[in-house]
Design a protein around this ligand. Sequence first.
Ligand SMILES: Nc1ncnc2c1ncn2[C@@H]1O[C@H](COP(=O)(O)OP(=O)(O)OP(=O)(O)O)[C@@H](O)[C@H]1O
Ligand SMILES: [Mg+2]
Length: 269
Amino acid sequence: MAHIIVVGNEKGGAGKSTVSMHVATALVRMGHKVGVLDLDLRQKTFGRYVANRRSFLSDQGIDLPSPDYRELPEIDQNNLREGENVYDHRLSAAVATLEPDSDFIVIDCPGSHTRLSQVAHSLADTLVTPLNDSFVDFDLLAHTDTDGVKIKGPSVYSEMVWNARQLRSQAKLRPIDWIVLRNRMGAQNMVNKQKMEAAIGQLAKRIGFRVAPGFNERVIFRELFPRGLTLLDLKDVGVKQMNISNVAARQELRDLMKSLNLPDVTIDF
Ligand SMILES: Nc1ncnc2c1ncn2[C@@H]1O[C@H](COP(=O)(O)OP(=O)(O)OP(=O)(O)O)[C@@H](O)[C@H]1O
Ligand SMILES: [Mg+2]
């Protein structure tokens, strides 16, 4: 059975697609077979990222390990069982296609609440939630008092994950290992950072997730997309000297991969 990694957060722009591409590519580069799906059927950022990689590599005449991206198959309505949701069918068909040839399946979710995203969460062995360092984004995980200090109760996204956990437990599947990544961290605003750290730590214990460091806010992450590259590919495409920021970003990716604690993965980059 492939190990399913779902990258989700209903808040837009937290860095889900960027994290998905880096995690998937890091795994392929370490010798694992990785299938990937993009559930943002409109924007398809992750799908576009992988397609850009294919075009760039073919233009340059180089071959680099790449994840196996599949579109969700179109389904003839007549093939649905009575009462079956078309999106559920498309997602399970896509997972079933990838499963035999994958050690890992990485599923990128849209920054909104959709049926597809909801079902994907219940498939997650590992759930990665990149979170911007802002109480606006935190509000989808939990509501706080006006100081941002005391947690009043879980919010929409945590409730959705809770439901997914219930479904898995009823189906006797292993529990979701949920990791919240503090992502796109900037250098400034220490007060907010400390408040967020305290609030996330408190919530982690209360609703059961692990907290891990994600990526800092760095221009390089925006520049890589058109060529479909990740931080791990730069040397192979002729970048001789990595600048300090790129070296630091690579270390962030290494730390992130370690913190995911995936089965049979030894980090060797
Ligand atoms: N660590 C980072 N540093 C700088 N820019 C980043 C970083 N991570 C992501 N970005 C940029 O932020 C924007 C949103 O990133 P991304 O598309 O990965 O987020 P998302 O959570 O998938 O968004 P959506 O919810 O719309 O799917 C993009 O322009 C991306 O290049
Ligand atoms: Mg996205």
